[in-house]
Design a protein around this ligand. Structure first.
Ligand code: FAD
Length: 299
C-alpha cells in the first residue's frame, strides 16, 4: 500500500511517529507502545532515522519488523547524512526487501549541532530532492518530504523555502509532512504558498499535545518558532497545576486537529515520543471527528 493512494481516498489519515531508542529497555518499551497503538489501526506509522551508527540500525530493524510482524503500514525516514549513494541504494534495497514501500526522504542535519556546517559525503547527496529522485529510481515507492511552516533555518526567506519544497515535489515527492506547530494558521499559510505556486501535493500536518509546561519552553527547538503567545497565555494561568496543564494541552491539540481537518488537511501525523497514553487519548478525541457538512453540500 502506498501513502499516496491512501491520500487519494479523501478520508483523513491518522498516523504516528516513533524514534529508535538507544537502549534495550527503550526498545522493549517501544514495542509495548507499538502493540498498544496498533490496536487503534492508524493509517500508517513512521520511524525517524538516527544521526549515526547504532540508532540507524535500530531504525532499519524496527521498520523491517513493523513491515513483517505487525498489521501496521511503515514509512521509513532516511537521510543523506554520512551516506554514499551506494550505501543509500543498499538501504533502500533493504527496505524494499522487507516490503516497505513508503519512505520519507530527508537531507538530515549535521551530527552534533543541527545548525553546524553541512558537509556532503564525498560520494553522497546534497539535498533531499536528490534523495527523492534516487528512491523513485530504485523501486516502486511512495515518497514523502519535510515541509516547514516557519521556513527551514537555512533558507534565507519563506519564499525561498517554498521554492525548495516545490523543487522536492517536482523531483517526484508524493506528499509532505510538516515540522510540528501549534497554530493552524501557520500550516494554512504554508499550504496557501504552495497552492499559489500551482501545486496540490498533500501536506500532512505533524503535531503533538502539550502535556507538560516544559514543552512550551522547548517549542522553538521543536517547531522552529516561539510558542504562540495567545495559547501561552492560557497555559500561564494554570502553569502550577500539572493536571490542568495537561488537560488544556489536550484541549488545544484537539481544537487544532479539528480546525485542520475542517480546513481540508489530508490527515494528522502525531509525534508520539514513544509514549502511548497521550497519543491514544488525542487520537480517540479526533479520529472519529468528521468535518461538518458544508451548507448545500450533498449528504
Ligand atoms: P532539504 O530539503 O534538502 O533542505 C535543506 C536545506 O537546503 C534547507 O535550508 C533548504 O532551504 C536548502 N535547499 C534545499 N534545496 C536547495 C537547493 N536546490 N539549492 C539551495 N538550497 C537548497 N532528521 C533526521 O535526521 N532524521 C529524521 O528522521 C527526520 N525526520 C523529519 C521528519 C519531518 C516531518 C521533518 C519536518 C524533519 C525531519 N528531520 C529529520 C529533520 C530534517 O532532516 C532537517 O530539518 C534538515 O535540516 C532538512 O531536511 P530536508 O529534508 O528538509 O532538507
Amino acid at each position: 500500500r502506498h501513502i499516496s493512494d491512501l491520500l487519494k481516498t479523501g478520508e483523513p489519515t491518522f498516523s504516528f511517529e516513533f524514534f529508535p531508542p538507544k537502549t534495550a529497555e527503550g526498545q522493549q518499551k517501544l514495542w509495548q507502545v507499538i502493540r498498544e497503538l496498533e490496536a487503534l489501526s492508524p493509517s500508517f506509522v513512521s520511524v525517524t532515522y538516527g544521526a549515526g551508527g547504532g540508532t540507524r540500525d535500530h531504525t532499519v530493524e524496527i521498520t523491517e519488523r513493523l513491515a513483517t510482524d505487525t498489521t501496521l503500514l511503515p514509512v521509513a525516514h532516511t537521510t543523506a547524512v554520512n551516506h554514499s549513494v551506494a550505501e543509500l541504494r543498499h538501504l533502500i534495497g533493504r527496505f524494499a526487501d522487507a516490503g516497505v514501500s513508503n519512505m520519507l526522504a530527508l537531507r538530515g542535519d549535521p551530527p552534533g549541532d543541527p545548525l553546524g556546517e553541512w558537509v556532503k559525503h564525498p560520494e553522497g547527496l546534497e539535498y533531499a530532492s536528490e534523495l527523492v529522485e534516487l528512491i523513485k529510481q530504485s523501486g516502486d515507492f511512495s515518497v514523502g518530504v519535510a515541509a516547514f511552516p516557519f521556513k527551514h533555518p537555512r533558507s534565507a526567506s519563506v519564499e525561498e523555502d517554498v521554492d525548495f519544497l516545490i523543487h522536492k515535489f517536482d523531483s517526484g515527492a508524493d506528499f509532505a509532512i510538516t515540522q510540528m506547530f501549534f497554530d493552524a494558521e501557520d500550516y494554512l499559510r504554508l499550504r496557501d504558498r504552495v497552492a499559489a505556486r500551482g501545486r496540490d501535493v498533500p501536506i500532512i500536518p505533524e503535531l503533538m499535545p502539550v502535556v507538560k509546561y516544559s514543552t512550551i519552553e522547548m517549542s522553538e527547538k521543536l517547531s522552529g518558532a516561539p510558542f504562540p503567545a495567545h495559547l501561552a497565555e492560557e497555559f500561564e494561568k494554570v502553569k502550577d497545576d500539572p493536571k490542568a496543564v495537561r488537560e488544556l494541552g489536550m484541549d488545544q491539540a484537539q481544537r487544532l486537529c479539528e480546525r485542520l481537518l475542517d480546513e481540508g488537511a489530508p490527515g494528522i501525523h502525531f509525534i508520539t515520543f514513544n509514549q502511548a497514553t497521550a497519543t491514544r487519548e488525542l487520537y480517540e478525541r479526533v479520529a472519529g471527528y468528521r468535518v461538518p457538512a458544508m451548507a448545500g453540500a450533498r449528504p
